[in-house]
Write a new protein. Structure first.
Length: 219
């Protein structure tokens, strides 16, 4: 009998960034100690989930997140996917306060060489199609980044892919307006469905306020 396919997007944990710069795709920037604890909470929340594979963005913080998720699952394969990479945007290396003043808008009034939300979602949709083809009826984890997850969720809800909608996930029934570090957003596809959008979307932040990121959050 066919079973549903589940794809859980996991945002990497909080990043060690004492200089408070916009890191984007810059090299380095590992998880902070708090970020590691956030990811460990996510791993515990997923303990009973039969995971078939984990895919991760190539960036260090995502790779560290993926390895922590697999710490007690040595049999589960880990793959790197460029389709899950951070948004390619203009503001790398600039003060995080600048993006905060723009309400974390990476997209308005920037050169066309950089990605816009539909570009980000296009590669996420390619990833979803690959996973549904190769892992039908199974559960796959995808470690990615805040904007990638947020705009993919907005696409799944049928929302307009514009910067102004970035922090509106709560308007579609999720518990937060934007994915927290180490949060779990799951797309469920019913058996034999041909619809590109998921049948069900669920979201969970797997830890309490004691592990929440109370400082400036990147995007």
């Amino acid at each position: 009998m066919s079973t549903s396919t589940h794809i859980t997007f996991i945002r990497h944990g909080q990043v060690y960034n004492p200089e408070k710069v916009v890191y984007g795709r810059l090299p380095g920037f590992p998880l902070s100690k708090l970020g590691e604890r956030q990811v460990q909470a996510a791993a515990e929340a997923l303990r009973e989930v039969p995971v078939a594979a984990v895919f991760s963005s190539p960036l260090l913080r995502a790779q560290q997140t993926a390895r922590l998720l697999l710490a007690e699952r040595p049999e589960v394969p880990l793959y790197t996917s460029e389709l899950l990479n951070e948004v390619r945007f203009f503001f790398e290396g600039q003060p995080m306060a600048l993006l905060a003043s723009r309400n974390w808008d990476l997209y308005t009034d920037v050169d066309s060489a950089y990605e816009q939300p539909p570009d980000v979602v296009a590669r996420a949709r390619e990833f979803l199609a690959q996973v549904r083809r190769d892992y039908a009826g199974k559960h796959v984890l995808a470690v990615s980044h805040g904007d990638v997850i947020a705009f993919t969720a907005l696409w799944a809800f049928g929302a307009a892919l514009i910067p102004a909608n970035k922090h509106t996930l709560d308007a579609y029934g999720l518990s937060e307006d934007y994915p927290s570090p180490a949060s779990l957003l799951t797309f469920t596809y019913a058996p034999d469905t041909d619809d590109e959008r998921p049948t069900e979307i669920t979201y969970r932040r797997p830890y309490g306020d004691d592990l929440a990121d109370c400082g400036l959050s990147p995007k």
